[in-house]
Ligand binder design. Structure first.
Ligand code: NAD
Length: 420
């Protein structure tokens, strides 16, 4: 298919989604449980992602390379072929779009598998793709478990590239399976991200965003600001204000427009997070707030958990070392810049980091020394379809989004023509 035609189809998918904006947001909330306001933000991101990649589809360019006067050497960027996309349950729609749109724009055919718990919105994207004129066979969705459908897909010899978004443990298994066929992998894995607040930061904004960074999507985010580092000068005041604001978060059903914190995705996930809370208490961390299911009888039997904050934590504790993937924040006190850089990097992960200061020189120093693939200054949870996103260390290989992602869905053919 011509690249311009692919681009037009991607634009059309974007406008079909935009047209049904509220319906899709509602479907995502029913699919995953997240508050409607968050689903709306996800749908807006997806609309923009298909538009962005629609625009890039006819700009996938090679280059000419000077060698000798009688030879013309150039590169062709060719699609990988058939790409497999394994998607997690925390952002089922947005993360599907994040990898499907560039794979389509660069000319690949796709087999995508949603997580067991959240297949609905990926199936909906496939419906829109068909309506938009994408020929049958280009975008295929296979539902099923990771152990059966996922494993079969990533081990298949006819798969030419794998994009996996999910846990680091599953990523390792996928890499192993892919090695049998020497299939390239793009891995977007877990995180245990530092959010660092210096004393000169805008206090109110930093408190509000520290809350947002961990309790959005009930903390079920690879990029959650789950380790908060507070400078000793502001420690008590910040924690007190954060506690106050956290205790006023409205917990409720995702479809209720007033809800700020929805349920966890499943009973199993709730139990998993509760077991981390128990281990934090057993290890001697101080519980500042939360730590249990809500008392409200309408919420008590669902998958809800109160937003939880621990401080007086040690780097050896399980709640500090492991990705909890729930609404649980651990808070640390720091004195010096070098100390906070060391503490921030003391994790096998390296996905995302927040830095709060108005001191430009300090910010640059911290950015340079953080082992993280994405850094936000005076901000948090910011990612655009045009900005690369990917992890250092155990958080992944490669990056999604932005023009650089073209290289993850294409390969280069180097051609030399001798004209003598
Ligand atoms: P998971 O690893 O359990 O599952 C992710 C997907 O992999 C699901 O579709 C599952 O069915 C499939 N799967 C499981 N085993 C498989 C196998 N052996 N072969 C092939 N597929 C298999 O992850 P999850 O619990 O759904 O998602 C949470 C994790 O995802 C967290 O660790 C989170 O940090 C990470 N995540 C990372 C990013 C990122 O961009 N870096 C984004 C979102 C989530």
């Amino acid at each position: 298919m011509e690249y311009t035609k692919r681009g037009k189809i991607l634009f059309q998918i974007s406008s079909l989604i935009k047209h049904d904006f509220d319906e899709i947001a509602r479907l995502e909330t029913l699919n995953q449980g997240k508050p409607l306001r968050e689903s709306k933000a996800d749908v807006a991101w997806v609309v923009r992602a298909f538009e962005y990649w629609g625009g890039l589809a006819d700009k996938i360019e090679g280059e000419t390379i000077p060698v000798t006067s009688n030879r013309l050497t150039y590169t062709l960027r060719e699609p990988l072929g058939v790409t497999a996309h394994i998607i997690p349950w925390n952002y089922p729609l947005a993360l599907a779009a994040r990898s499907l749109a560039p794979a389509l724009a660069t000319g690949n055919a796709i087999v995508a598998k949603p997580a067991e718990l959240t297949p609905l919105t990926l199936l909906k994207i496939a419906e829109y793709a068909q309506k938009a004129g994408l020929p049958d066979g280009i975008l295929n969705v296979v539902t099923g478990s990771g152990a059966v459908a996922g494993r079969a897909l990533v081990s298949h010899p006819d798969i030419d590239g794998i994009t996996f978004t999910g846990s680091t443990q599953t990523g390792q298994q996928i890499m192993e399976a892919a090695s049998k066929n020497v299939t390239p992998v793009l891995l977007e894995l877990g995180g245990k991200n530092p959010n660092i607040i210096f004393p000169d930061a805008d206090f109110q904004k930093a408190v509000q965003m520290a809350k947002f960074a961990i309790f959005t999507n009930a903390g079920q985010m690879c990029w959650a600001g789950s380790r908060l580092f507070l400078h000793e000068e502001i420690y008590e005041k910040f924690l007190e204000e954060l506690k106050k604001q956290t205790e006023s978060i409205k917990i409720g059903q995702g479809l209720d427009e007033k809800t700020e914190l929805g349920p966890l995705v499943s009973e199993d996930q709730k139990e998993r997070v509760l077991s981390y809370i128990k281990s934090g208490l057993e290890d001697g961390a101080r519980l500042i707030t939360g730590g249990s299911v809500p008392e409200d009888p309408t919420l008590r039997n669902g998958c809800f958990l109160k937003p939880t904050i621990f401080d007086q934590v040690k780097s050896s504790m399980k709640i500090v070392r492991e990705e909890i993937f729930g609404p649980v924040l651990t808070v640390f006190r720091f004195k010096s810049v070098e100390e906070v850089i060391e503490m921030s990097n003391d994790t096998p992960y390296g996905l995302y980091a927040g830095v709060w200061t108005n001191n430009l020189k300090l910010a640059q120093h911290v950015i340079k020394n953080l082992q993280a693939g994405v850094v936000a200054v005076n901000d948090y949870l910011v990612a655009y379809p045009q900005t690369p996103f990917g992890g250092y260390k155990d958080s992944g290989i490669g990056y999604e989004s932005g023009q650089q992602a073209v290289s993850r869905y294409t390969r280069i053919k180097s051609v030399t023509v001798n004209s003598s």
